[in-house]
Design a protein around this ligand. Sequence first.
Ligand SMILES: [Zn+2]
Ligand SMILES: [Zn+2]
Length: 183
Amino acid sequence: MLVRVDGPYRVAEVPRQRCPRCADTGLIARAVGHVAVDECPGCHGVFVTTAVLDAIVEDLALYEEVRRGFPAGPTRAEQPGPMYVPCPTCREIMNRRQFAPGAGVVVDVCRAHGMWFDACELPAVVDFIERRGPEAMRAPAPAPAPRPVAAPPSLASALTEPITSRRRDSLAAAVIELLLFWV
Ligand SMILES: [Zn+2]
Ligand SMILES: [Zn+2]
């Protein structure tokens, strides 16, 4: 059921989507312009699907919507509770990564479903993209440094195979590849 609260934003409870940090709290769908993100009413973290992240990155008008709807503030490298938390959609443990080099924001990533932004991280990321421009996110990752011959093969393949074999068919996927590359 859609209800109207908190200014122009419509909200609706998302069935079965639980907050990764507050396990008992259901996420609430929240409109950001013409797209929707899933917010936790407890900790104000936000889950953004890959498609919606594409839309936000590419639409300047949505930057302002994000800033209007999600208050800015200091972001924290460490969050209370477990460091690694489950994807709200598939419950697989997400990876913690810098959003992009220089962004100064550590996000939790499910490669299949999207990114979790803790409170204040989404507006911080929007500010970063605005400063650097979406082109900075599309730039191909630099060539990897030569690896020692003695590097464990499993590590080398884990680092290179997902990047070279996956199609860069969406900007958010490219962003995820980029930040996976940089760890
Ligand atoms: Zn929460
Ligand atoms: Zn997932």
